[in-house]
Design a protein around this ligand. Structure first.
Ligand code: NAD
Length: 507
């Protein structure tokens, strides 16, 4: 056996040990500190995208399970809210320690559950721990406010946690994204009900267990599995839940907004994207090539911030696209636990069908499939990394979120044209600009309709910065203090400095 085969066999062996408990007991909910099956006794199967085999059965919850979880979160809220921030901080750090200790288990299970390559998932597990550490350290300043004196009053502000919140997460990098939403909610003093995606339930269960082992009081973190249309919907409609933090598709966000209207839910939405990477002829083209490839073909292209539209200046397009095609053809597609694999299978047969349907759409629209556009033989939801060229901005392949390893390249002549193409879309999550002209980069960034923009860089997340999108890509921001703006209410208190005149009606 080669070193690579030995490593793969070793990883599969370790994975099987971690999966044994799921295989024998399935995945139950975790409500008020107790492992419980769905109230109605229903469950659904979850399969691995790698070979389509059954992993285990998962609790299929409905409104009754959501109610039990929401009531538990409501009951636990006052004590968690009033716990000393230093104690909350210590618990959150212990959760981070627990994640680090089980990082390998988390990474292996996540790969098997989602099809993501181990090279990315090991880092994602550790980023989950970092998310907890970052917000643990912010817990002690979460209530900080301002002093805004007027002539007659000393006005002060403080923040208080909004109450029990619902957190609904998608199947792409589900572990990291769950920590990203849950850590600030807990640091703020909120209790939570988490509804993970039905396609990827494994690591959400491990994470909730770690939290309880770290000493999190019962009821503070409740995990309810199930489908979006029943468990998810019930969560967004529950009167005890004060806000919904949601990551997923734009059209689901729109449904959640309607579902939450009767109970006046506060919402935070991180939604879809069709992000442009704009490469000008004066850029460092080797670095731009590396970044463009990384931002669409890493994580199987199942990434909201992926650069799925390449806008390339016509004067350099031929040369750039030739090199791009060679690199795309070379991307190693394979078993996610093989250390050499760069791309694994897509999450699910439904998603595979959606992504591959764009191959025909591209042909029908008159674009060229310069690389990929094929499905490898054998089991699993695999697809070859794909590059569409000769595309026009109004084509479906240039407008719709495919959410797979599929890049649409469009040539432009001028900066003005590039901006029109970049903004001519319903989404506005991220944008990537490659140029060595400083003024142009600032001018372009100023006018680009996106929540996050990187110049001469791929997406590099820095936790104190705001994360979120504009247009159909989202509402609200995460990161730094912005997360607390969502999970907390501002409170103003005015104290009279003396005996100012009070209007004397009826005197
Ligand atoms: P999805 O919208 O289908 O599902 C997301 C979650 O919502 C799942 O847990 C699902 O069960 C639940 N859900 C579905 N219908 C619901 C309803 N009516 N009420 C309540 N909950 C419901 O999204 P997905 O396919 O799992 O994830 C991929 C999408 O997520 C892509 O569009 C991607 O761009 C987006 N995403 C965005 C960000 C970001 O930060 N902007 C990050 C990651 C993923």
């Amino acid at each position: 056996m080669t070193d690579r085969q030995t490593a793969l066999a070793g990883n599969i062996d370790k994975l099987e040990k971690h999966l044994a408990r799921f295989r024998s007991h399935g995945i139950a909910n975790l409500i008020d500190g107790q492992s419980v099956q769905a109230h109605a006794g229903m469950s659904f199967e979850t399969h691995s995208p790698v070979d389509e085999t059954l992993i285990c059965r998962v609790a299929k919850s409905d409104a009754a399970d959501i109610d039990a979880a929401a009531q538990a979160a409501k009951k636990a809220f006052p004590a968690w809210r009033d716990m000393k921030a230093t104690e909350r901080k210590a618990i959150l750090h212990r959760i981070a320690d627990g994640i680090t200790a089980r990082a390998e288990e988390i990474a292996l299970c996540e790969c098997w559950d989602t099809g993501q390559a181990l090279r990315f998932m090991s880092k994602a597990a550790l980023r989950g721990a970092e998310n907890f550490r970052f917000f643990a350290d912010k817990a002690t300043s979460a209530r900080d406010g301002q002093t805004l004196p007027s002539p007659t009053l000393m006005n002060i502000t403080t923040r208080v946690p909004i109450g029990p919140v619902g957190i609904i997460t998608p199947w792409n990098t589900p572990f990291m994204l769950s920590t990203w939403k849950i850590a600030p909610a807990l640091a703020a003093g909120c209790t939570i009900v988490h509804k993970p995606a039905e396609f990827s339930p494994l690591t959400a269960r491990i994470l909730a267990e770690i939290a309880h082992e770290a000493g999190l009081p019962d009821g503070v973190w409740n995990l309810v599995n199930g489908y979006g249309e029943d468990a998810g919907k019930a969560l967004t409609e529950h009167p005890a839940i004060k806000a919904i933090a949601f990551v997923g598709e734009s059209r689901t966000g729109s449904m959640i907004m309607k579902q939450g209207a009767d109970t006046l839910k506060r919402v935070h939405f991180e939604l879809g994207g069709k992000n442009p990477v704009v490469v000008f002829d004066d850029a460092d083209l080797n670095r731009a090539l590396d970044a463009a490839i990384f931002m669409i073909y890493s994580l199987n292209g199942e990434r909201c911030t992926s650069s799925s539209r390449l806008l390339i200046q016509r004067s350099i397009a031929d040369e750039f696209l030739t090199k791009l095609k060679q690199r795309v053809d070379n991307i190693r597609v394979g078993h996610p636990l093989d250390p050499a694999t760069e791309m694994g299978p897509l999450i699910h047969s439904i998603h595979h069908e959606k992504v591959t349907s764009y191959f025909d759409i591209a042909r029908e629209e008159g674009a060229t499939i310069a690389a990929g556009g094929t499905v490898p033989e054998g089991p699993g939801h695999y697809v070859r990394p794909t590059l569409f060229t000769n595309a026009r901005p109004n084509m479906r392949i240039a407008q719709e979120e495919i959410f797979g390893p599929v890049l649409t390249a469009i040539a432009f002549d001028s900066e003005e044209e590039a901006l029109t193409i970049a903004n001519g879309i319903e989404y506005g999550l991220t944008g990537y600009i490659w140029t060595n002209d400083l003024s142009r980069s600032l001018r372009f960034a100023n006018q680009l309709e996106a929540g996050m923009i990187w110049v001469n860089s791929e997406n590099v997340r820095h936790l104190p910065t705001p994360f979120g999108g504009v247009k159909a890509s989202g509402i609200g921001r995460d990161g730094g203090d912005w997360s607390f703006d969502f999970y907390m209410e501002q409170k103003h208190i005015g104290l009279a400095l003396g005996q100012h005149a009070i209007p004397q009606l009826g005197a």
